[in-house]
Design a protein around this ligand. Structure first.
Ligand SMILES: Cc1cc2nc3c(=O)[nH]c(=O)nc-3n(C[C@H](O)[C@H](O)[C@H](O)COP(=O)(O)OP(=O)(O)OC[C@H]3O[C@@H](n4cnc5c(N)ncnc54)[C@H](O)[C@@H]3O)c2cc1C
Length: 377
């Protein structure tokens, strides 16, 4: 992953983030939104879906370039910029399972920033238990008619195209799930409010509503009833994408704490000289390094096309908890200043809380891990 091309790409993207994102974070957080213009600028420079083939406007490069974008966004405080979800989670469903004419219509916009994508799986009554979703899609001539509701949808307020999980066979359990694309202009589609969250403030997380929402039957991804299978295929990368966020945020929180501990004085000496603080930082450094080693290996295996279901579940569970431990300790080391908005660690602490919840909670990850160990939990 340390190729010359990657190095150049990282430097270019880092400069972009420093100029176009970091100085605007406070304003975008207060507005609870990232301007659409940022997406267009990112598209112009090849920072959206760089993995897509050139025929759709992409660069045709590997997942390592997506990793760079994800990492540098977090380092530059762009946690709420929903680009990794768009590029590496939602758009891959379209590329893998959509019909040719649908791909030709929508994918170029995914690389220019004209089309922002989202995934709509979670419902008010079904999060971890996806088989329990109630949103239905009924075939009617050349259309599907969708009824139901989604919640907590990242990019939900500004998305142009949403991959929606529906039941085409309401009695079929997970075998009744299908995936359908809904575009923002589909009759019967509407959005609720932007949801007020603990952190992740510049992200336009929203509710979505479908009332006799009609979409062409060609919007079906793949085959009816295969949605759950497609989800399982793509969740590996989605969870890896979140693992990267966990790791980089842990590294950032640790760095903030270390810098502060060397600078802040109490009782006539830097607080980092107290053995308790020094040992805490030593423990944090160890956890962060363990996480990095595990994650880098996982990324490599994913790029090589290996099955990483068990390892990515372990990583999502462990890194999601680890970043919360590190963020908690880092705030503690900052004392009262850690609780103040003007200190970066305050935002990291708030944002990190979501990481052990979305893309599968820690408990669901443990469920997968234990089942793969042959246990019936
Ligand atoms: C900021 C944010 C962004 C999100 N973005 C998206 C998005 O873009 N698209 C989308 O579809 N969803 C999104 N989600 C939803 C997210 O994926 C769900 O919140 C998550 O899957 C958990 O579902 P839930 O909230 O319904 O909790 P529940 O499933 O109700 O779980 C509640 C608690 O019970 C535990 N639990 C549940 N089942 C079990 C079990 N079998 N064994 C042990 N413990 C269990 C859980 O681990 C959790 O602790 C987002 C959520 C957040 C917070």
């Amino acid at each position: 992953m340390d190729t010359k091309e990657c190095h150049i790409f990282r430097n270019t993207f880092k400069k972009f983030v420093a100029k176009e994102i970091t100085p605007n974070v406070a304003e975008w957080e207060s507005k609870r939104a990232v301007p659409r213009g940022l997406w267009i600028k990112m598209g112009e420079q090849g920072f959206l879906c760089p993995w897509l083939p050139e025929e759709y406007g992409g660069l045709g490069v590997g997942f390592e370039f997506s990793v760079i974008i994800n990492e540098e966004l977090i380092r530059g405080d762009g946690f709420g910029v929903g680009v990794p979800l768009h590029s590496d989670v939602a758009t891959p469903y379209i590329h893998s399972y959509a019909r040719k004419e649908i791909k030709e219509r929508w994918l170029p916009g995914c690389t220019t920033g004209e089309t922002i994508t989202a995934i709509g799986f979670t419902e008010p009554n079904a999060g971890s238990d996806l088989a329990a979703i109630r949103t239905t899609a009924v075939k009617d001539g050349d259309s599907y008619v969708i009824n139901g509701q989604k919640t907590f949808i990242t990019n939900g307020y500004f998305a142009d195209l949403i991959v929606v999980a529906v039941k085409t066979d309401p009695k079929g359990g997970h075998k009744g799930i299908s995936l359908i694309l809904v575009d923002k202009d589909a009759p019967g589609f509407s959005r609720g409010r932007k949801l007020e969250k603990m952190g992740y403030h510049m992200q336009d997380t929203a509710e979505l509503f479908f009332e006799d929402c009609r979409v062409p039957s060609s919007n079906l991804l793949g085959e009816e009833g295969e949605g759950f299978k497609y989800l399982m295929e793509k969740l590996q990368q989605e969870r890896l994408e979140v693992c990267i966020k966990c790791q980089v945020y842990a590294e950032e929180a640790f760095r903030e704490a270390l810098t502060y501990a060397k600078k802040r004085e109490a009782f006539g000496q830097p607080i980092g000289n107290f053995q308790n603080t020094a040992f805490r930082l030593a423990e944090m450094a160890t956890e962060v390094q363990l996480g990095r080693t595990f994650l880098d290996n996982l990324i490599l295996n994913h790029i090589q096309g290996k099955d990483i279901v068990q390892e990515v579940s372990m990583a999502k569970y462990w890194l999601g908890e680890m970043v919360n431990r590190i963020a908690y300790e880092a705030v503690q080391i900052h004392g009262g200043y850690g609780y103040m908005e003007e200190y970066r660690i305050c935002r990291i602490y708030r944002d990190a809380r979501a990481l052990s919840i979305f893309a599968g909670t820690s408990e669901i990850m443990k469920l997968i891990i234990s089942r793969n160990l042959g246990l019936r939990s």
